[in-house]
Design a protein around this ligand. Structure first.
Ligand SMILES: C[S@@+](CC[C@H](N)C(=O)[O-])C[C@H]1O[C@@H](n2cnc3c(N)ncnc32)[C@H](O)[C@@H]1O
Length: 190
């Protein structure tokens, strides 16, 4: 999906203001977005995208024919959430912090999540926040649930402590140099 000039300006303005929250100088580009969405299909019933930004990965997710109503987009930035609402009027969009969203997920929706796709820059968060987001994510995953995380370092940013605690596995799902910055996509699964 091409970004409009206006969206790029909004992104850059927010990147200057909140560099650690955004974590990347530009939204994710197509090759990396497609790896993030590689295991999505029309048969999946619940997908949550954490840190959906301006919807680059969202577009790849919906290209895999996932029903819009089965997709939950979580984005802490209000301006980005407004862009998401305009682009994906039929998706469930929450202008909320990932921790509060995940904490309430099962009471709110009465179900588990099959796939979580995360663009949240885990490496720039403090240890407690990073661990809380990842722990709540795992607690909300269904029996065969999977968590995909984009990062710009080879090292998996999903905390080892949570992988050990829940007996999870991890694998490098893909890497692309055709992203600014070059991106690694990790899969964490039960
Ligand atoms: C690297 S950007 C990725 C945006 C988009 N997914 C993409 O790939 O272009 C990270 C996004 O996560 C959002 N974010 C960071 N911390 C968050 C949190 N705790 N809860 C929800 N969103 C968060 C930021 O506002 C930003 O939009």
């Amino acid at each position: 999906m091409l970004l409009s000039k206006n969206e790029i300006l909004i992104w850059l303005k927010n990147w200057i203001r909140y560099p650690l929250v955004l974590g990347a100088v530009l939204p994710t580009q197509r090759f990396a977005s497609n790896i993030m969405a590689s295991e999505i299909s029309s048969k999946i019933s619940t997908v949550v995208e954490l840190g959906a930004g301006t919807g680059q990965i969202t577009k790849s997710i919906l290209d895999k024919k996932l029903k819009h109503e089965n997709l939950f987009l979580v984005e802490v930035n209000k301006e980005f959430s407004e862009i998401l609402k305009r682009k994906f009027p039929n998706a469930n969009i929450y202008n909320e912090d990932a921790i509060s969203f995940l904490d309430k997920f099962q009471t709110r929706f009465g179900k588990k999540i099959d796939i979580i796709v995360s663009g949240i820059p885990l490496v720039s968060l403090d240890k407690n926040t990073r661990e809380k987001i990842c722990e709540l994510s795992v607690e909300n995953l269904s029996e065969n649930g999977k968590f995909f995380q984009i990062t710009y370092f080879i090292r998996c940013s999903f905390p080892m402590s949570i992988i050990k605690k829940f007996g999870l596995s991890k694998r490098l799902q893909g890497f692309t140099p055709l992203n600014i910055p070059p991106a690694f996509i990790w899969k964490i699964y039960k």
